[in-house]
Design a binder for this molecule. Structure first.
Ligand SMILES: Cc1cc2nc3c(=O)[nH]c(=O)nc-3n(C[C@H](O)[C@H](O)[C@H](O)COP(=O)(O)O)c2cc1C
Length: 216
């Protein structure tokens, strides 16, 4: 096994903060808000970036980063191409896992739940709020499909952009929109010295969130 950059011997000391049962809000969405606000205040870059893990019909998981674009106590929302790999996997099997990691804060948040499309109205509203160039790109990119070369993509984009620029508008394509992840599980992880990290899980039991400390 290669050990470039002395990877096997690199060790980050964790110890920036502690997480105690008494610090936790009984509502995991409010706890998420608290941590997210702190991440923004601490100037973490793109703290709303999260990994979304989906599973295909053979049980093969796959992960990728997306940007979380909002949440409330119904769940967390991200936007994507419904025909992409993740989009088709979610349509076949609605269970997903999300992951936030903020290295500077030594914090990780794990979320598990089920996923469904947001309303067309919500997707339209968000689509319109994006820069016109992003709208044009989302419209023409056949996300996750093998393409011959970059030029083919740029040609598709240029063509769409000419029309979009002229009328200052792009219609949201049906294949693009939001997913709402409705969690039934949260875990908040805070790095601590000697690898004795603090971990708390929230498990949804009907309408009640049960909170437990986990061993690191
Ligand atoms: C920081 C970051 C944010 C991203 N945000 C999104 C996003 O919000 N929506 C999206 O569809 N892809 C986003 N991507 C690209 C995805 O990671 C991925 O390449 C793409 O969605 C195709 O994934 P799939 O083939 O597994 O469906 C982002 C990538 C990075 C690194």
């Amino acid at each position: 096994m290669t050990n470039n950059n002395n990877i096997s011997q690199q060790r980050e000391e964790y110890g920036k903060a502690t997480l105690n049962r008494s610090d936790l809000n009984p509502d995991p969405f409010q706890q998420l808000e608290l941590w997210l606000n702190n991440a923004y205040a601490s100037k973490v870059k793109e703290p709303n970036a999260m990994s979304v893990c989906t599973v295909n019909k053979d049980g093969q998981p796959s992960s990728r980063m997306v940007l979380m674009r909002g949440f409330d106590n119904r769940g967390l929302v991200f936007y994507t191409n419904y025909k992409s790999k993740k989009g088709s996997e979610i349509e076949q099997h609605a269970k997903v896992a999300l992951l936030f990691f903020w290295a500077d804060l030594q914090q990780q948040i794990r979320i598990e739940g089920t996923c469904e499309r947001v309303s067309e109205e919500q997707s339209n509203q968000y689509f319109k709020s994006r820069p016109l160039k992003s709208q044009a790109a989302s419209k023409v990119s056949p996300q996750s499909i093998i393409i011959e070369n970059r030029k083919m993509l740029e040609d598709l984009y240029e063509n769409e952009w000419k029309q979009a620029e002229a009328i200052q508008q792009v219609e949201r394509p049906e294949h693009w929109g939001g997913f709402l992840v409705q969690p039934n599980y949260f875990e908040f992880w805070q790095g601590r010295p000697s690898r004795l990290h603090d971990r708390f899980q929230y498990v949804l039991n009907k309408t009640v969130w049960n909170i437990n400390r986990l061993a690191p």
